[in-house]
Write a protein that binds this ligand. Structure first.
Ligand code: NAD
Length: 447
């Protein structure tokens, strides 16, 4: 099938590439000329495992093209996807300006009946707004062309996006017209062979499903962080508690890791946007508000541990101290630093007068773009280089390569011989046996 995709970010680029990989003919449209030019030359703007070779192969095979020409994209597609950003507005609600701009563009250039598929995460009722924006633009041209607006929320995980897209858990299709559902079933058939993964529903339920999924996952994380904070105070170890509850299949092992707070482009904004929708419809979202409040507090927790350590000694807090920071991305296997806990930590370290020597396997360019050059920030080429001249180590992202460091080398390198483990990836006994002080999250023994 011929497909056009508006938005060539994490969702649009991965979706377009996977659709091309199974034989569809895909044109990706973006307003970012530099991104489009780069993609045409095989430069992938994001880090996503497995993506680069797939983009190059499908582009070379002529099944995946990139353009800024919206009219050409719309003329190409039998199906048009909207996969542009929906960042938080000032009040926390989803900013629909990009989605509605694409809708107007579609209305301005539509020449044939079309299935318009919204993949962006949008509040309930957005499909109606998209429909109205397209209809208005068509009416302004004096055209009457039939089109459907379908909600097809995306559940891929950054860091695993290609695998998620090629082997989805479920394909949610929210539509009011069975013919539009049939078109999408045909499009997704190559991903839907061994069992039927399509969950059909009405449009509003599909829009809410995406928020419900992310809010549930964020709730699990905030719940564990809450228990971790209790563990810290009562002298219990959250890691033992985690083992004790994860074995219950009703609870499960996923998403019960305490840490430095959730970040990324989705959980923070989606929890906020859902809470905002609830309030707009007259419901006070107590649980969602708490999930967000716990997370905001948790993002400051690592620094609180650091401060507590340094306030105890003869030092003047962290002033003049140098911290090696391992991990900047909001989670491993991505270069995405949107709402990453590392950003709060760095700001707090800098406010306290400390210097940060940072290393991340993939997010260094993104960090340079965000922070620019500053005297209290040193970009390092490796994890061990970050230790040079540092007083303490802070682990913020649990990249696999940080899991088994040479603790002896750490002790020799770190002036104050102390490790702050924001992801509980180390065994306290092992670190302490090497002569280092250890702080984890929710490990009462380190208080
Ligand atoms: P992104 O910011 O990485 O990419 C958005 C792209 O849209 C950018 O390249 C931008 O230039 C382009 N764009 C903006 N306006 C445009 C227009 N008028 N025409 C064409 N292109 C335009 O965003 P993302 O992370 O891919 O997220 C897209 C949507 O999918 C959001 O609603 C997000 O919540 C949702 N989502 C994201 C993820 C994720 O893991 N990133 C997962 C599921 C759902």
């Amino acid at each position: 099938m011929r497909v056009a995709i508006f938005g060539t970010g994490y969702v649009g680029l991965v979706t377009g590439t996977c659709l091309a990989e199974v034989g569809h003919d895909v044109v990706c449209v973006d307003i970012d000329q530099a991104k489009v030019d780069g993609l045409g030359r095989g430069i992938i703007p994001i880090y996503e495992p497995g993506l680069e070779p797939m983009v190059k192969a499908n582009h070379a095979a002529g099944r995946l093209a990139f353009t800024t020409d919206a009219a050409a994209g719309i003329a190409h597609g039998q199906v048009v996807f909207i996969a542009v950003g929906t960042p938080p507005d000032e009040d926390g609600s989803a900013d629909l300006q990009y989605v509605l701009a694409v809708a107007r563009t579609i209305g301005r250039h539509l020449t044939q009946p079309m299935v318009v598929v919204n993949k962006s995460t949008v509040p309930v009722g957005t499909a109606d707004k998209v429909r109205a924006a397209i209809a208005e633009a068509l009416a302004a041209r004096g055209e009457e062309i039939t089109f459907d607006v379908v909600s097809n929320p995306e559940f891929l995980k950054e860091g695993d996006a290609v695998a998620d897209c090629m082997r989805p858990d479920r394909i949610v299709i929210g539509a009011s017209n069975p013919e539009a559902v049939a078109v999408l079933r045909r499009l997704y058939a190559p991903f839907n062979r061994n069992r039927d993964r399509v969950v059909e529903m009405d449009v509003r339920s599909a829009e809410l499903t995406k928020y419900a999924a992310n809010a549930m996952l964020a709730t699990k994380i905030s719940f564990m962080n809450e228990i971790a904070n209790i563990a810290e105070r009562v002298g219990a170890d959250i890691e033992q508690v985690r083992q004790g509850i994860g074995s219950d299949p009703r609870i499960g092992w996923h998403f019960i890791y305490p840490g430095a707070g959730y970040g990324g482009s989705c959980f923070p904004k989606d929890v906020q946007a859902l809470a905002r929708t609830a309030s707009q419809y007259g419901h006070q979202p107590h649980l969602l508000d708490a999930v967000e409040a716990v997370n905001n507090a948790q993002k400051g927790h690592l620094f609180a541990l650091i401060q507590r350590h340094y306030d105890r000694g003869e030092d003047e807090g962290v002033r003049g101290k140098t911290f090696a920071v391992w991990g900047l991305a909001f989670k491993p296997n991505t270069d995405d630093m949107r709402a990453a806990p590392s950003r709060r930590l760095l700001e707090q370290l800098w406010e306290g007068g400390a210097i940060a020597r940072v290393y991340d396997p993939e997010a260094m360019n993104e960090a340079r773009r965000i922070f620019g050059e500053r005297e209290d920030l040193v970009f390092c080429d490796s994890a061990y280089e970050a230790l040079d001249g540092a007083d303490a180590l802070v682990v913020v992202t649990e990249w696999k390569q940080f899991r088994s460091p040479d603790f002896e080398r750490l002790r020799k390198a770190l002036g104050d011989a102390v490790v702050f483990d924001g992801r509980n990836i180390y065994e306290p006994q092992e670190i302490e046996a090497a002569g280092l002080a250890y702080y984890g999250i929710g490990r009462g023994r380190s208080l």
